[in-house]
Every structure is written in C-alpha cells, then in structure tokens.
Design a protein around this ligand. Structure first.
Ligand code: HEC
Length: 106
C-alpha cells in the first residue's frame, strides 16, 4: 500500500514538473478566463484566496466536492464576488477553472 502511494506520488510530481503552466491539459479559453478574472486574487492569495497550485490550500476545499465549489463561485464566497467576477463564465468553465487552480503551477 505504502509502495503504491509512493509510486502514485512520484508519478504525480513528475507530471507536474514535466508540464507546468503550459500543459495542453488546459484549454486556451480556461487559461484566458483565469488570467482575466481570477488571477488577480488567486495568484497572489488576496484576501485569503487559496492560491493557484498550492496543494495544502486546496485540499480542504476539494473535500466539499466540485458541485459545491461551483455553487460557491456562482453565489460568491466571503471576499470573492459572485461568479468570481466572470459574468460570461458557465458552470463548465468553472469546473475547468477549478482544475486549473488546483493542478497547474504559477
Ligand atoms: C476579488 C478576489 C477574487 C476573485 C476575482 C476570484 N476569487 Fe475565488 N476566492 C477568493 C477568496 C478570498 C476565496 C476564499 C473565500 C473564503 O473561504 O474565505 C475564494 C475562493 C474560491 C474557491 C473555493 C470556494 C470554496 O467553496 O471553498 C474557488 C473554487 C474559487 N475561489 C474560484 C475562483 C474562480 C474560478 C475565479 C475566477 C472566475 C475566482 N475564484 C475569482 C477571491 C477571489
């Protein structure tokens, strides 16, 4: 079991090192929406926003599940404005944006 965990971790970190920010996993639209609407808070951690790529900060948020996270973006959460300030974003965009926030590195 421990061995499997180690292998999974090693795989994961090599993936992160290999692909970094420009990973083809994220569509140009996702990256653009992020830069336009979310980066100003989530790249710098403004008002306690969980920072992009910071595993620890996202761990407890991910436990809520994607549907709840998407709902919270839509309604706004504490210092985050409704829809994270992105009026044109759909739920599918938010889904992709959460993946980007959690899995990409600044
Ligand atoms: C004005 C700053 C700001 C902007 C812009 C912003 N956020 Fe946030 N976001 C925050 C803050 C602050 C929190 C943490 C709120 C808290 O729990 O205290 C947060 C939390 C979140 C969470 C976690 C929600 C939860 O339930 O824990 C997600 C997901 C998220 N933001 C996604 C986005 C996305 C996607 C965008 C762009 C469309 C965006 N945010 C734009 C400030 C911002």
């Amino acid at each position: 079991m421990r061995y499997l965990q180690f292998v999974a971790l090693a795989l994961l970190s090599s993936l992160m090192i290999c692909c970094g920010k420009s990973s083809p996993k994220f569509s140009p639209r996702t990256v653009q929406l992020y830069e336009q609407h979310c980066a100003r808070c989530h790249d710098v951690g403004a008002a306690n926003a969980p920072r992009r790529g910071e595993a620890q900060a996202w761990e407890k948020r991910l436990r809520k599940g994607y549907p709840t996270l998407i709902k919270n973006i839509n309604s706004g959460l504490v210092a985050m404005p409704p829809k994270g300030g992105c009026a044109e974003c759909t739920d599918a965009d938010f889904d992709a944006l959460i993946h980007y926030l959690v899995e990409s590195q600044p």
